[in-house]
Ligand binder design. Structure first.
Ligand code: GDP
Length: 313
């Protein structure tokens, strides 16, 4: 196929930092292109350099404003930056999503910033399967830091943390967010806590709440708590400092552990997606009809029938 020929060129283009090649490759991921296997194989040797930073927090807390402010702060340190905004709930292709977001516009003409949004529903096992492929593209393109953010509402916060080396948990002051987040288990995954909108009342109370939670953790890494005002950029440089400090901490051994766990999940998600596809083929299969008829007639039971079905996949 002609697409096979282009894969090498596209990957080479992405490695040279060509934005169009990067965009094309991420589109291949999103579209679940048949050439994705070749893309994945071609990218593999060129990945593992980028520091992946996930941003989580309730809608409206300031994730996208903070992402943009972080890009500015990272660019000030001459880091090449990737931004991947994933929308796990939308079946629609990204492109327009971020185009609508005015805040990102200031970075749109910067050659050292790649911004991309991506819909992951139904693809390659959802967020766990598709997003890592897109991250690999940005990694191979030479991004020093990749910011991953979820767009829209969803229960994907914990999942996003599974993609990242460093997870930022954003909370807003005075809304009881701290307590809510604790309930949702989100606080478990925070490597760095950011109290955004700290221009509002209650930031210090929220900081106290968080401090108590962090103090209870049994970890060598004591998660720092940073106050920010994303709209003005206040405190954002400090967040970058903490991100880099965490990276150094991880380099002591935990980074490999985290990444290994991540790749395990990725392989598992893909294997399950593959099984699902094959199951889908099977539902039209006469064998399933026969097995169902056997169960209904009492000649078999659902457990035995399921075993038989899986054996034949
Ligand atoms: P997201 O849904 O988490 O991505 O939140 P957004 O980044 O879209 O921000 C939601 C709203 O909060 C927007 O109107 C922002 O301008 C505003 N916002 C973000 N950060 C701050 C902040 O630090 N202070 C104040 N006062 N408003 C903020």
């Amino acid at each position: 196929m002609a697409v096979d020929l282009n894969v090498g060129e596209l990957v080479a283009g992405a490695r040279r930092g060509e934005a169009r090649a990067v965009a094309r490759l991420i589109s291949l991921v999103e579209d679940e292109s048949p050439s994705l296997r070749d893309v994945s194989a071609a990218l593999a040797p060129h990945t593992g350099r980028a520091h992946i930073v996930g941003l989580t927090g309730p809608p409206g807390v300031g994730k996208s404003t903070s992402t943009s402010a972080l890009v500015t702060a990272l660019r000030a340190k001459e880091r090449r930056v990737g931004v991947l905004a994933v929308d796990p709930t939308s079946p629609f292709s990204g492109g327009a999503l971020l185009g609508d977001r005015v805040r990102m516009q200031e970075h749109a003409t910067d050659d050292d910033v790649y911004i991309r949004s991506m819909a992951t529903r139904g693809h390659l096992g959802g967020l766990a399967g598709a997003a890592p492929q897109a991250l690999r593209v940005l990694d191979a393109a030479g991004c020093d830091v990749i910011l991953v953010e979820t767009v829209g509402v969803g229960q994907s916060e914990v999942e996003i943390a599974g993609l990242a080396d460093t997870t930022l948990v954003l909370v807003a002051p005075g809304t009881g967010d701290g307590i809510q987040a604790a309930k949702a288990g989100i606080l478990e995954i925070g490597d760095i806590f950011v109290i955004n909108k700290s221009d509002r009342e209650g930031a210090n109370t929220t900081r106290r709440e968080l401090r108590n939670i962090v103090a209870m953790r049994e970890s060598d890494w004591k998660a720092p708590i940073v106050l920010t005002v994303a709209t003005t950029g206040e405190g954002v440089a400090e967040v970058v400092t903490e991100i880099e400090r965490h990276r150094e901490y991880l380099a002591g051994g935990e980074l490999d552990q985290r990444r290994l766990a991540r790749v395990r999940r990725e392989i598992e998600a893909m294997a399950l997606a593959s099984l699902h596809r094959r199951m889908g083929d099977v539902t039209g299969d006469a064998r399933l009809g026969t097995l169902a008829a056997d169960v209904l007639a009492g000649r078999s039971d659902p457990f035995a029938a399921a075993d038989l079905l899986v054996e034949h996949l």
